[in-house]
Design a protein around this ligand. Structure first.
Ligand code: ADP
Ligand code: ZN
Ligand code: ZN
Length: 738
């Protein structure tokens, strides 16, 4: 507070797409409590009231006083951005050249972005009731196995919330049933600082590490006191999670917190279950299956240090943590760590930045590391650890190629594949068939004149969705009814062209009438809770054949799946996108990792018309690591990432000349140490009626790249075309199709 009762001037970050701060006045009557940097304030901006964040305070200003507005009010509650978090977010904004106001806004839970203040309550936890009748419990065990399992988890865990139980796949009705029967009760989790205790570890679940695992753990533990980045490159089932758990134990035992980032926790309750079974500590979640209030609670508990573990998806990287001691990124190669719109950050990369800032260790784990991480590990920037053997007693599955150029195909399935499917079903095991194309058919066409109906807004064929009798554009979502006649020649002979998951499902049930099949893709799992239900049915072996898109490749454990088939991978071998082969290989190896766990040997069959392709051959014969090293030498020769650095300007408008000219004007200047590619129409040149153009900026050094982007952004306000286009800049882009 100013001594004299004078106002203060504050510089505020506001969530608008402008790369600047705004000065406001804090009148003396709002200065009864000291004003903190990182505090939220309500201000009027144009016609709206918005929440801004105070980034600096001064007693003077050079701006004309009559131009400045007062802040409306101060949001005095129990949250403000503390200095380390603010500094971290400022670095994120600088790295991605993104407006700080928007970065801060995206870091905040939704309820803290609003002018209206939320009611903040303490989270409720479930605990077992006292004095439980053992005969009743025995009855529960025999009569209601699921409720009993839930009871056991609650009984063992001193502090588990409904959000955690729900994410683990338990239902409200199971919980209510247990409560009604008097087995469990609920109470508030107290906002006390987390302290490790004897009971924090469930010792009986701890495994004795293999020599391989023990070596990795001890290397990590030697660096616990300072920044270091560890890459664990270990095949699926090699025991990476067990290494994480034991590495976390040491950190938690020192009363520090651990942040765990995963691609999609809602899809992989098994991983969460391992954490909950091992540690009896307050754990907070952050993922899309939580409501706004639950996310706010996660944020607040993490900040005041009452939670020990925070597990979440991408944006959990912005969680404030009282005393963060370690970060773990599982499946670090996964594309979902990169946000693909507005603030285009990569949570893995920002996690490394945050670990460095806090001087703590970070562990990246994957069976198929990204070429970026692998390069950093092989060049000695990260500690590199390999786990080459499967833990426990499961065996590794082998990949076989089926040459479809030489085979009779029926409904997209070769004879070899059909007979393998049959054999697997007869043995009582399960089959997973993978086709990365949802819908019934990727197009329909006229048998007379070959007319193909296209979406006018994207110039791409409509996908047929047979069950709804609709043509849908997978790019912009527009739809029309399936025409009875050809628009061009009037013929009624209109047929599906190619095959999607919906058609495959139909064919499979015709070919294997005695087997039950289930389809898992974005269409079949649109309803909330549907995915969990289908996955549960698979685990219970209600279905013998499981088919779907790459949704199936993400971390699910299907112990009885012993045959995995991939129908169509050739597109990735000949893509314009230099990362397509890497992604194809990761997918293949990840899917292969799902087969033959739990001591049943598995088989992976890949249908391709190009079995001699060198990348495929390398992958199949020599494994992912060998493939990756070969791919890295190719990248090196072309100065592609990670040997060069890229940024991508995207621009779109209703007419193609606007984005083209907008980007051309950016290119008119010379930028030291940088090469420009473009402007060029994007691979998907038109979408939703907009014409889209790219400009790729490349450099051999990050410094030059960042300098150039900075200069370019300075020029944009003077760009003649800027008001006519929508544009964005993407640092380290991973999707070049748009
Ligand atoms: P990853 O995370 O690499 O896929 P996990 O840690 O999930 O591997 O381990 C795979 C399986 O092997 C799990 O069922 C796990 O319980 C078991 N496992 C892991 N480490 C050991 C060990 N040291 N001894 C026995 N079993 C282990
Ligand atoms: Zn026709
Ligand atoms: Zn479209």
């Amino acid at each position: 507070m100013t001594q004299s009762g004078n106002p203060l001037f504050v510089q505020i970050a506001i969530p608008v797409p402008l790369r600047q701060l705004f000065t406001y006045v804090v009148p003396p009557n709002l200065l009864d409590k000291p004003l903190k940097i990182g505090e939220r304030v309500a201000v009027s901006f144009g016609p709206r009231q918005v929440i801004g964040v105070v980034l600096s305070v001064s007693e003077q200003t050079e701006l004309p006083l009559n131009k400045l507005k007062n802040i409306t009010s101060r949001v005095v509650d129990n949250f403000h951005f503390d200095a380390p978090l603010l500094q971290f977010l400022q670095r994120c904004a600088d790295y991605y050249h993104h407006p700080i106001g928007d970065v801060l806004q995206q870091a905040l839970p939704v309820l803290l972005r609003q002018v209206k203040q939320p009611d903040v309550s303490l989270p409720l936890i479930w605990v077992s009731a006292e004095n439980i009748d053992s005969t009743l419990l025995e009855k529960l065990k025999t009569k209601a196995a699921k409720q009993y399992a839930l009871y056991q988890l609650i009984d063992k865990h001193l502090s588990i919330t409904w959000a955690e139980l729900r994410t683990l796949g338990y239902t409200k009705s199971q919980l209510t049933a247990l409560e009604t029967k008097g087995f469990i009760e609920t109470k508030e989790r107290q906002p006390t600082l987390f302290k490790w205790a004897e009971s924090s570890l469930n010792k009986e679940n701890k495994l004795t590490l293999s020599t391989e695992q023990a070596v990795v753990l001890s290397a990590i533990e030697q660096t616990n006191e300072s920044f270091s980045c560890h890459l664990i490159d270990g095949i699926t089932g090699s025991g990476k999670t067990e290494v994480y758990l034991q590495a976390m134990e040491t950190i938690l035992a020192a009363n520090k917190q651990v942040l765990v980032l995963v691609p999609e926790i809602g899809l992989t309750p098994q991983t969460l279950n391992r954490f909950e079974q091992r540690f009896n500590v307050p754990t907070c979640l952050h993922h899309s299956g939580l409501n706004n209030n639950e996310r706010l609670q996660t944020w607040l508990e993490a900040q005041r240090g009452s939670s020990a573990i925070v597990i979440g998806t991408r944006s959990a990287i912005f969680t404030p943590l009282h005393q963060l001691g370690m970060i773990i990124i599982d499946e670090e190669h996964d594309g979902s760590f990169k946000q693909q719109d507005s603030f285009r950050y990569n949570a893995r990369d920002m996690a490394i930045l945050r670990a460095r800032q806090l001087n703590i260790p970070i562990i990246l784990g994957s069976a198929t590391p990204s070429l970026e991480s692998l390069h950093n590990a092989l060049s000695g920037k990260y500690h590199y650890h390999q786990l080459l053997n499967r833990a426990g007693n499961s065996s590794t599955s082998k990949i076989h190629l089926i040459n479809i150029a030489q085979h009779q195909m029926e409904h997209g399935l070769s004879d070899t594949l059909k007979s393998e499917i049959k054999k697997t079903i007869v043995r009582g095991e399960q089959v997973l068939i993978f086709l990365n194309r949802r819908g019934y058919a990727p197009a329909i066409n006229c048998q007379e004149c070959h007319w193909i109906p296209e979406c006018k807004r994207c110039n791409k064929p409509y996908t047929l969705h047979q069950s709804k009798q609709l043509l849908m554009c997978h790019h912009c979502g527009s739809q029309r009814r399936v025409p009875a006649q050809c628009d061009s020649c009037g013929s009624v002979r209109i047929k599906p062209l190619g095959q999607g998951t919906e058609q495959l499902e139909q064919r499979i049930s015709e070919l294997f009438p005695d087997a039950s099949s289930v389809r898992i893709d974005r269409d079949s799992t649109r309803k909330k809770g549907e995915l969990a239900k289908l996955l549960q049915e698979v685990t219970e072996k209600k279905h013998q054949i499981l088919l779907g898109t790459q949704m199936l490749a993400k971390g699910h454990h299907f112990p009885d799946v012993t045959l995995v088939a991939m129908l169509d991978i050739d597109g990735a071998l000949f893509s314009f996108d230099f990362r397509a082969a890497e992604h194809m290989a990761q997918l293949l190896v990840q899917v292969a990792g799902r087969a033959g766990r739990e001591s049943k040997p598995g088989k992976v069959l890949v249908q391709t018309a190009y079995p001699e392709h060198p990348l495929l051959q390398d992958l199949v014969n020599n494994g992912y690591k060998h493939f990756a090293e070969y791919a890295l030498t190719e990248r090196k020769q072309a100065y592609l990432p990670p040997f060069g650095f890229q940024a991508l300007f995207r621009a779109e408008a209703n007419y193609p000349s606007y984005p083209d000219k907008f980007l051309r004007e950016i290119c008119a200047t010379l930028y030291e140490g940088c090469e420009l590619a473009g402007p060029l129409p994007a691979a998907m040149e038109k979408r939703g009626g907009k014409y889209r153009f790219h400009l790729i900026v490349q450099s051999k050094t990050r410094k030059h790249l960042h300098q150039a982007i900075y200069q370019m952004l300075q020029l944009i306000p003077h760009n003649e075309w800027q008001s006519k286009v929508r544009w964005s800049v993407d640092i380290d882009p991973i999707d070049l199709s748009w």
